[in-house]
Design a protein around this ligand. Structure first.
Ligand code: SF4
Length: 446
C-alpha cells in the first residue's frame, strides 16, 4: 500500500458529528495510523454533514477543495451526507475515492486498507456499537461525550432519523469510563450530547437496565456520572422539551458541577405549526416549563432554537412565535429557516403550493428573531456582571490576556469571556466578571 498510514480528518456539522470524527481517529490510531495535517496525510477523510441544504453544499465544496488542493491523495467522503446519499454520491462524485457511511464507524480500518486498489463505497446496513474515543478535537479542557446515537422522535422537518437511525443509547458504564479517561487527561468540561438527551436509556431493555443498575432516564445517568470524583463541569446539550426530566433540577442544586444550563430546542410556539412539526407541546406548556426551571434554579441559563418558514406558517403564527420569544427571554437563541428535506414526514407538505413560505419571507422572519434576540441576550447577560466565578481558559492571546468561557457560555455557540490576566489553556481560573461586550464578557483574574 504506497500511500503512507497518515491521515487527516476535516469535521463538518454538529458536535455529534465531531464525536464520530474523534472515534474514527481513535480507531485508525489504534491500528498504527498517524493523525497529521492535510499536506502530509496520505488519506483525507471529510466527515460531512447532510442535515440541511446549506450543510450539504458546504460538505461537497470541502471535498472538491481537497481534491483540487491534493490531486493524488486518497479522499474519503464520510459522515451524514455519505450515509444519506451513498450510492448517488459515489456515482456523482468521482473526486472522492471512497464513500463511507456512519452506521458502523469501526469499518473505517477495513475501508482504509481496501482503498489501494479501487474506489470503495462502504455503508453497512446494520448499526455498529459507538466506539470509545480517546481523541479530542475540541478546544483545550473541553470534550463532547456522545450519550446516544440516532433518534426516535421523527419531528416532521428532520432528516436525522433517516441518517442516524433509531435511538441507541450508550451504557452508563461506557460513558463514565470515557469521562474518567478524559478527566485523567485534565479535561474540565464534559458536554453531554445526543440527538435528544432526554430520551437516553429509553431503548434499554430490562437486561441493559439491570446492568445499568436500573439506570433508565437522563437523571439516573447523571447520578452515576456525578459519582465520579473530581473538579469538572457537566453540561447538557440538546434535550427535547417534551422529554425534560424535572429531577435534573434537583441534581443541579445538589451538585454544582452539573451546570444549570439547558439547551431546549422549542422550534416554534404556534400550536398549529407545532402539531404540523410532529410536536405535542404548546407555547403555554413550554412557558410553564421555563418558569419551573427558573423558579427552582434562578441562575439557570436557557438556550433554544427556532425554525421559521415551515409550510403553512402565517404572519399570525409568526407573531405568536415573537410573543413567545419575548416572554421566554432565552439567554441564547439560534434561528434557522426550514429546509425541505426529502424522506421527512413534512415532505408531503411540499407539494401543497399554498402552504409553502417564500424563502425571502422565511429569511426576513429569521432576521427579525435574531435582531430581537440581541437585545434579550444582552439584557439577560447583564445579571452576570460583577459576579465572581470560574472560567475555562481556552486560548492565551497575550501575556496578560486570554480567551475563556464562563459556565453559561457553551462551546462554539455562545459568546466568550475576555480575561485580563493569564491562565494556561484548559484550566479553570477564578475571575470577576466586569462588563458585557455585546455577546461577550470581560473579566479580571482574581
Ligand atoms: S428530536 Fe426531532 S429535531 Fe431532534 S434529531 Fe430527533 S427528530 Fe430531529
Amino acid at each position: 500500500m504506497p500511500f503512507s498510514k497518515t491521515f487527516y480528518i476535516e469535521n463538518l456539522g454538529c458536535a455529534k458529528n465531531q464525536t464520530d470524527a474523534e472515534a474514527l481517529a481513535s480507531l485508525l490510531m489504534d491500528r498504527g495510523w498517524r493523525l497529521t495535517q492535510p499536506e502530509e496525510a496520505g488519506l483525507i477523510i471529510v466527515n460531512t454533514c447532510g442535515f440541511i441544504e446549506a450543510a450539504k453544499k458546504e460538505s461537497l465544496a470541502a471535498i472538491m477543495d481537497f481534491r483540487r488542493a491534493y490531486p493524488s491523495k486518497k479522499i474519503v467522503a464520510a459522515g451524514c451526507l455519505a450515509q444519506r446519499y451513498g450510492d448517488e454520491l459515489f456515482t456523482a462524485l468521482p473526486e472522492a475515492d471512497a464513500v463511507f457511511g456512519n452506521r458502523t464507524l469501526a469499518a473505517v480500518t477495513h475501508l482504509a486498507q481496501s482503498l489501494e486498489e479501487k474506489r470503495v463505497i462502504l455503508r453497512p446496513e446494520n448499526y455498529g456499537d459507538l466506539p470509545q474515543k480517546r481523541i479530542n478535537f475540541s478546544r483545550p479542557g473541553s470534550v463532547y461525550i456522545k450519550a446516544a446515537e440516532g433518534c426516535g422522535n421523527h419531528c416532521a422537518f428532520c432528516a436525522i432519523p433517516l441518517i442516524r437511525g433509531p435511538l441507541r443509547s450508550r451504557s452508563a458504564e461506557e460513558l463514565c469510563a470515557e469521562i474518567r479517561f478524559f478527566l485523567e487527561k485534565g479535561v474540565k468540561e464534559f458536554n453531554l450530547v445526543a440527538q435528544d438527551l432526554g430520551s437516553w436509556g429509553r431503548d434499554f431493555g430490562a437486561a441493559q437496565a439491570e446492568r445499568g443498575r436500573g439506570a433508565i432516564g437522563l437523571a439516573a445517568l447523571l447520578r452515576q456520572i456525578l459519582e465520579i470524583a473530581g473538579d469538572f463541569w457537566l453540561r447538557l446539550l440538546y434535550i427535547h422539551p417534551e422529554h425534560f426530566p424535572l429531577e435534573v433540577l434537583g441534581l443541579c442544586r445538589e451538585d454544582k458541577r452539573l451546570l444549570p444550563y439547558f439547551d431546549l430546542p422549542f422550534q416554534h410556539a404556534s400550536r398549529k405549526i407545532l402539531r404540523a412539526m410532529g410536536r405535542k407541546n404548546s407555547a403555554s406548556g413550554n412557558l410553564a416549563l421555563i418558569e419551573k426551571i427558573r423558579e427552582t434554579l434562578p441562575e439557570a441559563v436557557l438556550r433554544s432554537t427556532f425554525l421559521v418558514g415551515f409550510p403553512g406558517e402565517t404572519d399570525a403564527d409568526f407573531e405568536e412565535l415573537l410573543r413567545f420569544q419575548e416572554e421566554a427571554a432565552f439567554d441564547w437563541l439560534g434561528a434557522f429557516t426550514y429546509s425541505a428535506e426529502e424522506g421527512t414526514p413534512a415532505e408531503i407538505l411540499h407539494r401543497k403550493k399554498a402552504l409553502l413560505v417564500p424563502k425571502k419571507t422565511a429569511l426576513a422572519r429569521k432576521k427579525e428573531i435574531q435582531a430581537r434576540q440581541e437585545a434579550i441576550t444582552e439584557k439577560r447577560g447583564g445579571r452576570f456582571t460583577g459576579i465572581t466565578t470560574f472560567l475555562l481558559a481556552e486560548e492565551k492571546t497575550s501575556d496578560q490576556m486570554c480567551l475563556c468561557r464562563a459556565w453559561f457560555q457553551a462551546p462554539e455557540v455562545d459568546g466568550l469571556t475576555v480575561l485580563h490576566g493569564s491562565a494556561p489553556a484548559g484550566t479553570l481560573v477564578q475571575a470577576r466578571l466586569l462588563r458585557r461586550n455585546g455577546f461577550d464578557m470581560e473579566a479580571v483574574k482574581i
